[in-house]
Design a protein around this ligand. Structure first.
Ligand SMILES: NC(=O)c1ccc[n+]([C@@H]2O[C@H](COP(=O)([O-])OP(=O)(O)OC[C@H]3O[C@@H](n4cnc5c(N)ncnc54)[C@H](O)[C@@H]3O)[C@@H](O)[C@H]2O)c1
Length: 353
């Protein structure tokens, strides 16, 4: 049984990936500061698996640790590494709210970039040099033309959050270029992850309000807010609202498992891949599907465009499909259904459990 260290494993994407890693037989140490998550998610993951996998609780461990605390991180790594070496790190930990990153840039540079540098130092010290990294499509920034984004397209992030992700990518590439040690990186650039595990037992439950569209649609559906505000109806798109590439969390998770296996097969030293479906949907299309699938009315209003928004942001995912032999399977209907299934069963997320 290989050992994997999962940073940020209590968060939205990390928890769903941890579940899949356990099903694959890996032993996990989750390192999370819990700044944006709740430890109860570990019990939920165990409850989902313990019927089919007795003693699964012995396969998952949680340490509360901020990656910025180098000494604690080293200690935690050393303990988990002691009887058998850690084979790889899945690195989800980081702050992710674009608007916060503009208001509190130092926190973002510290948590995302310093946190990653600390992680890489400790990995190096313990000879663990396989890493799967959560990057973001945000690194591409503005693109005038309505074309699907390719991995080697021009990059110019337009906010501090995107800058931190792009900086981390450069750090990882510099380690490969230095060519002194056998580092292997899979850099995964997510488009718009949504949905939840089909059980409705785990899902997205941030401590800080997620300013993404699906959590806002869900809060309107819960009648916690009156309207959804759509920023602009005069974009150059089919119905005037912005187009994004939504991807179901299950498909995203499968991409991670395949990327990890790709590293273990020593296939490449560094690979950067877009994880999106390659299909764009407008905000109005997303609302319509959500209403149809879940039989809930989502009132909305138009408001002026926001600075930094763009009309069209869709992945060209052909490289990920080819390299990983991966194919996103779930459509917008399943994304909306699973998302509401989780939220309607857990209107306060994990916060009151
Ligand atoms: N969800 C998205 O839309 C999206 C899109 C692109 C990229 N990403 C990236 O994917 C990763 C996971 O995203 P998510 O949606 O699961 O976010 P999340 O906030 O749900 O999970 C991140 C986890 O990391 C932890 N964390 C944050 N800073 C930490 C630190 N310094 N040390 C230790 N733990 C820390 C948080 O407590 C949380 O559990 C993030 O790096 C994010 O930037 C997310």
């Amino acid at each position: 049984m290989k050992k994997i260290l999962v940073t940020g494993g209590c968060g939205f994407i990390g928890s769903h990936t941890s579940l899949a890693l356990l099903e694959k037989g890996y032993e996990l140490l989750i390192v999370d500061s819990l700044v944006n998550s709740f430890p109860v998610v570990i019990e939920k993951i165990i409850s989902l698996l313990n019927k089919s996998y007795p003693n699964i609780e012995k396969q998952i461990h949680l340490k509360k640790c901020d990656l910025c605390d180098l000494n604690l991180l080293k200690k935690v790594f050393q303990e988990f590494n002691s009887d058998k070496p850690i084979s790889a790190v899945m690195h989800f930990a980081g702050l992710k709210a674009v608007s916060d990153s503009l208001s509190f840039p130092l926190s973002y540079w510290e948590s995302n970039v310093l946190g990653t540098i600390n992680l890489l130092k400790v990995m190096d010290e313990f000879d663990c040099r396989n890493l799967v990294f959560s990057s973001s499509a945000t690194i591409y920034g503005f693109h005038e033309k309505k074309k699907d984004l390719k991995e080697d397209d021009f990059k110019k992030p337009f906010n501090t959050y995107g800058d931190t992700k792009y900086t981390i990518e450069k750090i990882l590439k510099s380690l490969v270029q230095a060519n002194r040690k056998d580092w292997r990186f899979a850099i995964l650039r997510y488009f718009n992850p949504v949905g939840a595990h089909t059980s409705g037992i785990i899902g997205e439950s941030p401590r800080n309000f997620a300013n993404n569209i699906m959590p806002i649609i869900n809060s309107v559906a819960l009648r916690q807010r009156e309207h959804l505000y759509i920023f602009g109806n005069d974009w150059n798109t089919l119905d005037g609202t912005p187009i994004r590439d939504y991807i179901h969390i299950d498909d995203l998770v499968e991409g991670h498992i395949k990327a990890l296996e790709h590293l273990f097969k020593n296939k490449s030293k560094e690979i950067s891949l877009n994880l999106g479906t390659g299909r764009g949907s407008s905000v109005l299309q997303l609302i319509k599907v959500f209403e149809e699938v879940n039989h809930i009315n989502i009132p909305y209003k138009f408001s002026p465009r926001r600075d930094g928004d763009i009309a069209y942001y869709v992945a060209d995912n052909s490289l990920a499909k080819k390299v990983l032999n991966w194919e996103p399977k779930k459509d917008l209907h399943e994304m909306c259904k699973d998302s509401w299934n989780w939220v309607s069963k857990n209107p306060y997320g994990y916060s009151k459990q």
